[in-house]
Structures are given as structure tokens and as C-alpha cells.
Design a protein around this ligand. Sequence first.
Ligand SMILES: Nc1ncnc2c1ncn2[C@@H]1O[C@H](COP(=O)(O)OP(=O)(O)O)[C@@H](O)[C@H]1O
Ligand SMILES: [Mg+2]
Ligand SMILES: [Zn+2]
Length: 532
Amino acid sequence: MGLNVGDFLASAISPDLVDTFAIMGYEPTEKQVVFHTQSRGGVNRILYGGAAGGGKTAAMIQDAIWFATNYPRIRIGMHRKSYPELDESLIRELSNWDYAKKLASVWNGTEPRWNKTAKTLTFPNGSVILFKFAETLADASKIQGGEYNIWYFDEASLCDPRVIQRLEERLRTRTPLIPVFGSRAGSNPGGIGAQFYKDNYIKPTDDGRIVYEFTPEGSENVLKYSFIRATAYDNPYLDDGYHDTLNSIPDPQRRAAMRDGDWDTSEGQFFTQWSRARHVVPKEDTFTIPMEWQRYAGVDYGIHDAWAVLWIALDNNSRMWAYREYCLTDVQAPQQAQLILAAEVAAKESSVVHVADPSMWGQRGTPYSIADIYGLEGVGLLKANNDRVVGWSLCHQRLNEGPICEYHAHKRELGLWYGDTCPMFHVFESACPKFIETVPALPRDDIRPDDAKTRNVEDHMPDAWRYVNMYAGNFASPIFYEDYTPPTAQQVLERMNDQPTADFSKPMRFGMSSEDFHFPADLNNPSSRGGW
Ligand SMILES: Nc1ncnc2c1ncn2[C@@H]1O[C@H](COP(=O)(O)OP(=O)(O)O)[C@@H](O)[C@H]1O
Ligand SMILES: [Mg+2]
Ligand SMILES: [Zn+2]
């Protein structure tokens, strides 16, 4: 059972404690407030994960100072993989705050003492913050200092997760008077620990929506896990120049990780432009798709291997919105067709274009192909063009930016979106979990760089999406004018009556010949307008 993040935010911090934030002149950002509240509120494992400049290192330093001041004789570890990095990040951040003079006011002028050689900060109340670096298990084993009540890991996912776990084993206490609080990791996405953090923090917490409770094997203690995602935009202390720097990172994968705090990126990823922050419409924001947007469904056939259907609507700018999916195994062809119809009928969709896996037209030694069976059940299919390279390139183009959509224009008004563009493809998180899981994870083929891998990968959703792209991916769609009401048939006829008679002796425009036009014999005689 998970706990709502709001429950933790509601648990106020005791007013008797020393407010080191005020003393230090530190005003936490919204995301930093969430981090500190959870850190003090009983969450054992926190990942503060996100963009470069999200305020992670600063928050960890301030969090540690608060614990050191308020819990006498507490032992706090602060870790980074290597010494130069430790010096550049945690230690530099600490020294930027002029902490010694400010904190002396807590102890009648006695300052905390920094020991440069040991890299420890000792407080007048006996608390100590120990700065440590360790890259390998051997390094981790050598770290002295017995037990720790809290560990902070800076850029944790750049480090071997086993090193972090080895250090977490030191989380214990000599006296019940000082509790063990747990570990807090601050990290940009990516690196060798990325999968570990995705599996243990991001997925189980439903992307940070809940606090996840976990009981390790052979233990009675429940561990509470949380994930906080920060982007560089969450930190108002950064200047515009920094945002420009992040925006100009040429490698799209690295840009998504550093700017958007995107944990979906990975080595060998096929859709490198994928960005959760830009393509996915989060659960909280679902809206009803207007009836007039043309709808498509891509069908990838399978029975034991999964059967996948992806529904997509095209908005008036030709932007794709993936709004429904099926991904099921062991469903026979007639039931597949029935399920498709059931979903569309329930949503009152009457003109969905179904573009399907060409293998469904293959001969099976029976009178009917799978496509025939679908047809008999009432689902007419169009045979998809299976040119993989062209199909994938259309998918890639889709992920690129275009004119901003209404939804993101609204977000921008709320200060939650930046810039004048958004991608030409969006997907609803509430409706398409399989798509969001498998499309970013699709690996590139080792030999043919324009193609995705096909062996041992979950490519049903990507294939369904590709089929739709081959059909609807040419960015040519009717333009709808907001203040334009189409004329009625009666009005069309009346206007025709006013037009001069066509001169059929001249060639027609568009290369058409007069035979292509079939006017009623006598436009002035209403009885000859049958069928109009
Ligand atoms: N609440 C805050 N008040 C003042 N400065 C802050 C605050 N949070 C972050 N900063 C500053 O913003 C910059 C980026 O923050 P940092 O913690 O280094 O980000 P990250 O570790 O996520 O990359 C640093 O210069 C830091 O001192
Ligand atoms: Mg940092
Ligand atoms: Zn948009």
C-alpha cells in the first residue's frame, strides 16, 4: 500500500526545532520543500532525481545541516563517486553558504569546525558530517566511520548501485536516542545506476505520485521509498543563460536527461528524441478529444505473442494524439475485432480508419485470412505499408517539435511550459501505459542503424504506431477554419445557378477533362437535380 505524497507534506515540522534554513538564508524551492518534508517525515529512501540545476546538491547540504543541528551526535555521510567531484559539488556548495559564522549563533558563538584533511564538519553539539568518496566495492569497504544515521548520495546514478547499497548497510545506530533516517540520493538521469533507480524508485512510486512501502526479505521493518522529479525550470535561482546552455546540448538523449530530468533515455535507444516531459500528457491532465478529429487505429497481430492496437487522433495541425491502446495475449481474431468495435462503439466513434499488420492478409490454409475475419466481425482493415525504414523515419519526425498545441499553450500560461513549440506527437499517460513503456525502450538495430531491433524486444506498440504513421504520417490533413460554417447542399446548388456557364472548349484546371464533371442536365430545372 502506498501513502499519498500529500500526507507527508501535511505532516508539519515541530516548531521547537532550530530553523537552520532561516539562519542560513536558504529559501527552498517547491521541489526542495517536498524533499525536506519527506526527509524529515519518515521516508527512508528518497531519490531527488532530475535535471542539472534542479537544486539537488543544495537541498542535500541544507538537509544535512538541519539534521546535524537538531540531532546532537548524529553521524551523517555525504558521498560522491570520486574526490574531485566531491570537492566540486558537495564541498563547494557547503562553502558557498558561509555556514560557520551563520550557525555559530545557535551555540553562543561557537562555530562548526571544518577539518580539511579528514573532510569532516564537526558541530558543537557533537554531530558530524563526513564527506566520503567511493567508486568500487573495495573503496566502499575501506570507508571508516562505523555507523551512519543518514547517507546523502550526490549524483548517485553515476555510481555502481552496489557501492551505494554497501554504504547503506552502514545505516544503523549506537543509541536508540538517535534514529536512523535512511538515505537520500540526488541525481541526474542516466549512468550505470539508471536502471536500478528506475526499478526501485521510479516505477514503484508511480513516477513519484505515491510513497511506496517495501519490506525487505527477512526483515520486519517497512522501508518507505519516494521519488521527486525536478527540472531545471523548477529552480528560479538559475539564470536564462543556464537554460540556453541546457537547450543547446546537441545530443538529444543527454539534453532530455539534463534539461527535462528524463529517466527514459538509455544507451542504444532507437527514439533518441523521446522525452517523457514533452511527449506524455500526465494522468492528471486528461481531456476529451474533440469528435471531429480524424481517428486511426494501428493493429499489430499476434495471439501468443501480444496483439496490440493503438488509437490515434489527428488534431487540426496534424498533430498525433495517442489516446487508447490494447496489448493482450491469447485473444483469438474474432474476439480481437469485437474488442476493437466495443471500444469504438462505447466512445461513439464511427469513422476510425484501421491500418493493420500486412501479415493478417497471409494465407493460413483456411478459406479466410485474419483480415477477412476482422471484416466479417465488422472491422474493415487497410493493409499497412510495411516499409520499415520509411515508417520509422515518419515516427522519428513525429517526435519533433511543431507549433504549440492548445493544451501546452494553456500550460505555458500557467508557467508550466516554456517556448513556442511542442512535439507533433502526444500520448495520454492514463490511456497508453504500454506505449509509454515500450516505445522509449525500443533498441536500435546493431547492423542497420535506420531500423529498430526485432529480436527479443517488445515492439508490438511501436509497430502499431508505425502502421498508422505510414498511412496518416504525411502531415496532409484538411484545415479547419474556426469561423467557417460549410454551406448546405441547397446553398451550393443556389450558388451554382448564379455562376456563368462553364466553357468546355478550354482545358480544365488541375489537368481534368470535362468528362470528370457531371452537372445536372438543366440547372434551372429542380426536377433534374435528383441525387444531389
Ligand atoms: N533554494 C536555493 N536558494 C538559493 N540558491 C539555490 C537554491 N537551490 C539551488 N540553488 C543554487 O542553484 C544552483 C544549482 O543548484 P544545484 O543544487 O547545484 O543543482 P543540481 O545539484 O540539481 O544540479 C547552485 O548554484 C545552487 O547554489
Ligand atoms: Mg548537483
Ligand atoms: Zn503540445
